[in-house]
Design a protein around this ligand. Structure first.
Ligand SMILES: Cc1ncc(C[n+]2csc(CCOP(=O)(O)OP(=O)(O)O)c2C)c(N)n1
Length: 337
């Protein structure tokens, strides 16, 4: 199977500007979470995606509301880029009843069915099988939709990942597997966890297209995703896209972690230099498609949105005590009970 990047044809200027806005939006929302996390009002484990904004933005630029997205524990960017309700996401982090999971899930259980964000869950690879099941249903019902599943390099070590890939390949399902390879699973580097072969090479073992590229370059992500999305919509089957990227914060929480010793601070600095937001902004400024005045406008709009989301969350009530036993299988009252 082909594992090279497709011939380059840049996204239209309007799409590139929209992607810039979305990259910056995810970054500023994440920075606000980082700034406020220490207040200890967000009581859930929170995996920050700063440094990894380009994959969701470049992929979601090709998706319709009716397409489905699944994610894992580091899911804020995926949720936001798919059109998830930001007020409801921040309220979920604050454990409020207005949260997207009614305040019961926290950062690792985001969901917004109206936006086609089917859910995130922290059990590695758990959502991969569910996403493939949904893609199978889409195909059986002859729906014009596709499913995108995001996960990290660590999830590719789970049996469920390979089973799901196999089935997607056998049934030629409309599904795109997006692996954000940030080189570490918690504090363990990739080279001591997997044999010396690339993750995208696993695609050929499961009879699908493998693609690989720079996950910090939203233009490149956009092109790779275009190939995979067109394939899926044409009924030509699944793809695995491996995107090289890097998380700039600690595994879980708002802090830097260069002091821990598992990553060379020089490596962290080198990836910070490859910032997906600043790099794209510089290219757009250079081409004249973006101006300083436009940046100021966009930043102003996003700041207002972020302030409003945190105000909404903090003004919202906590779930009522009776909610403790609703939506609990098998005995609680609630939907389906
Ligand atoms: C089945 C399972 N095993 C172990 C864990 C503990 N765990 C939580 S996050 C994580 C690392 C995941 O790494 P990766 O998939 O590369 O995503 P990243 O955190 O780098 O974004 C592990 C091992 C888990 N959540 N689920």
């Amino acid at each position: 199977m082909d594992t090279t990047a497709p011939e380059s044809s840049a996204a239209p200027a309007a799409t590139r500007l929209a992607m810039y806005r979305e990259l910056l939006r995810i970054r500023l929302i994440e920075e606000e979470i980082v700034a406020r996390y220490r207040e200890q009002e967000m009581r859930c484990p929170t995996h920050i995606c700063i440094g990894q904004e380009a994959p969701p933005v470049g992929v979601s630029a090709h998706l319709q509301q009716s397409d489905a997205v699944f994610s894992a524990h580091r899911s804020h960017g995926h949720y936001i880029a798919k059109g998830g309700d930001v007020n409801a996401m921040i309220a979920e982090l604050y454990g409020r009843a207005t949260g997207c999971a009614a305040g019961k899930g926290g950062s690792q259980h985001l969901v917004d069915l109206d936006a086609g964000f089917m859910g995130s869950a922290p059990i590695l690879a758990s959502t991969i099988s569910v996403g493939v099941g949904m893609a199978w249903a889409m195909k059986r019902r002859k729906e014009d939709r596709l499913c995108v599943i995001y996960f990290g390099d660590g999830a590719t070590e789970e049996g469920a990942f390979h089973e799901a890939m196999n089935y997607a390949g056998v049934e030629k399902l409309p599904v795109i597997f997006v692996c954000e390879n940030n080189l570490y699973s918690v504090h363990t580097p990739l080279e001591v966890r997997q044999p010396p072969r690339a993750i995208h090479e696993l695609a050929s073992a499961h009879g699908m297209l493998g693609l690989h590229g720079d996950g910090n370059d939203v233009d490149e992500v956009w092109q790779l995703a275009k190939t995979a999305v067109e394939r899926a919509r044409a009924g030509s089957g699944p793809s695995l896209i491996e995107l090289d990227t890097y998380r700039l914060k600690e595994h879980v929480g708002p802090n830097e972690d260069g002091n821990l010793g598992y990553r060379d601070p020089k490596e962290i600095d080198a990836w910070a230099e490859k910032c997906p937001v600043a790099g794209f902004e510089a290219r757009l400024l250079e081409s004249g498609d973006l101006t300083d005045a436009m940046i100021a406008d966009v930043r102003g709009d996003i700041s207002a949105e972020v302030d409003a989301a945190f105000a909404f969350a903090k003004a919202s009530a906590f779930p009522a005590a009776e909610e403790l036993s609703t939506f609990i299988y098998p005995s609680g009252a609630g939907a389906g009970a």
